[in-house]
Design a protein around this ligand. Structure first.
Ligand code: PNS
Length: 168
């Protein structure tokens, strides 16, 4: 039984994340999508909303026999991974620019917990420029999100924006 943690902010989950999860399903029996609880960062979606959205959109993934769970964590990722009896941490690398930060994190995590391996995966080229940060920026400036996030995510972003708009 090989279990991996796929950690991140997922604010919001993008098609690039889903592509990585689908690829990860070919390597692992179980993937836990772990949302970092970071009270210092101003987020678009709350942790509960992100959990709910991820729980919905992972249903569209071709997962084979892989089990997918959604969870959240605070504190050190490797401590969470050990508590979950995971073997690996999965991270997506889109471009060389991601590599430096990811390498630092992977090496620090290895130093903190040598029993956990970090596995880097590459998303499809189509998603090589897709990030949650840019998705939010494009959305907030009125751009189209077709192909960048699942339609369900875009709809949830629209309703969230409506909710947070000051009433006239
Ligand atoms: O989607 P993100 O924001 O790039 O994910 C970053 C994440 C959650 C993987 C990273 O910030 C993290 O692991 N945070 C937990 C705290 C921790 O373990 N820090 C030491 C990492 S070297």
């Amino acid at each position: 039984m090989r279990r991996a943690i796929y950690p991140g902010s997922f604010d919001p989950v993008t098609n690039g994340h889903l592509d990585i999860i689908e690829r990860g399903c070919k390597l692992f029996d179980e993937i836990i999508i772990a949302i970092l609880v970071n009270p210092e960062k101003q987020a678009f979606f709350s942790i509960e909303e992100r959990r709910e959205i991820l729980g919905e959109v992972v249903n569209s993934i071709d997962r084979g026999n892989c089990e997918i769970r959604v969870d959240d964590f605070r504190g050190l990722l490797v401590q969470y991974a050990v508590a979950q009896e995971a073997h690996a941490i999965v991270r997506g690398i889109r471009a060389i620019s991601d590599y430096e930060y990811e390498l630092q994190m992977a090496l620090m995590n290895r130093r903190l917990e040598p029993s956990i391996e970090t596995v880097f995966m590459m998303p499809a080229e189509t998603y090589s420029y897709v990030s949650s940060r840019l998705v939010k920026e494009v959305f907030q400036l009125g751009g189209e999100l077709d192909g960048l996030v699942p339609p369900f995510v875009e709809a949830r972003m629209r309703s969230k924006l409506e909710q947070t708009k000051p009433k006239p």
